[in-house]
Design a protein. Sequence first.
Length: 456
Amino acid sequence: MINPFKRVYTYVVERYAQDKFDHWPTIYLDPKNLKGLKESIESGQLDKQEQLFMAMIQGWPRLKKNLNEVAGAVSRLQWGCTAWAERGQKPTPEDQEIADMVDSAIWRTSPDPTKWEQSTEDLLKSLAYIVACGQTVHEIMWKSDDIIYPRAFCPVSAKYYAWAYKHNEPDCLKLYPQGIDRMPDGIDFPPNKFLVGLSKGDLFHPIFNSKLRTLVGWYGASMWGLTWLVNYCQIFGIPFRIAKARGANAVEEAGKAMKQLASGGYAVSTENFEFEVHDATKSTSSIPQSVLIELADKVCDNLILGQTLTSDNKDGGAYALGKVHEGIRQEVIMDIASVVAEVLNTQLVKYIIQLNYGTLPSRLPRFVPTFPGDEANLDKVEFLQKAKDLGLDIQKDWSYEFLSIPQPSDGDDVLSNDGSDDYPDDYQDDTEDDIDPDEDDIAKAAYERGKYLRLS
């Protein structure tokens, strides 16, 4: 195969070692700067917002846990490449060949372990952040063997891309290969080289359409609420000490005694002063700082995971609430997986086919995620059986698709529905030879019961 694209094998974005340290120092983060970083997107540049999101994920354990949980669940789905076919028809050999080639290419990644490069499994996790961050960009490093395939995927920092913002300029994402601080204007993304993921699930522009922007205020509540809580515990978590002194000299003596009591646990009083020790506050369940942190974590759970067992309803049985929670969580995961699948199907699949065949057919294979061992299939089987019992005519091709079961091809070894798969070919039922129904009542009852249990 001849590759018409020569630049796909080299890096386009000029990454430098010092760039990973050129982020906004979070030590200066306060409520005023928090608001400024959130509004920095007005220039079309996303690097300050990215640094804010980085600080949120690093400084808010509940947020990091939730995002990692969703991203890991998306990557653990069963991702299969399905050949294009008309509804109710099997794919043609040519379409199946294309699908097999794409599936082989996508899973061949071999990233350099010493560089910030991702495998396909890592890419699935990374793309799951599209909904949380609003946009993601990955550079593809290609390799040629018997086919052209992605060797690795490189996440691109927001300092290398920005939204157009000039008057009368078309609205699109622009690439700055040398960095937004080293180039006055951006360029269009080269073909077949980048994966651009945009959160486009509602009516708002992707620059505003990120879940982390919604959580900025709650991050501030969690962050500074924790600081206030620590200060509260430092002040009110230790006993109060009150001294009563008589005269200036007594005040100085009392001060030294209080310091000695705080550091050494003991103090010596004189006739010039006396002190009292009062117990500290014994409960923090109702202090505002603790409630604020708990409320921020609950909002984070609801926004990222959809629901938790204790976030919305404390009534009802634990099993019922668990089933509701699991159902909502699966819906959230599949929603995010559909966004990931769209990037793969509209970009990566097309790139692989175009680089290997030189042309792009109108009928393309698609990557489809499904839950491994989906227990919901049992409910679907019961639904189909009841529909059949009601006399409904059900199309067989539709039932395979409904149950997420691939249709067998001619010559495939399939399970039998007559029970013959449960026994070897030379199996003989000798139950009648072992039981004499005339021997006693117990043997007779066992024989009669066996007639109904015996496979026909």
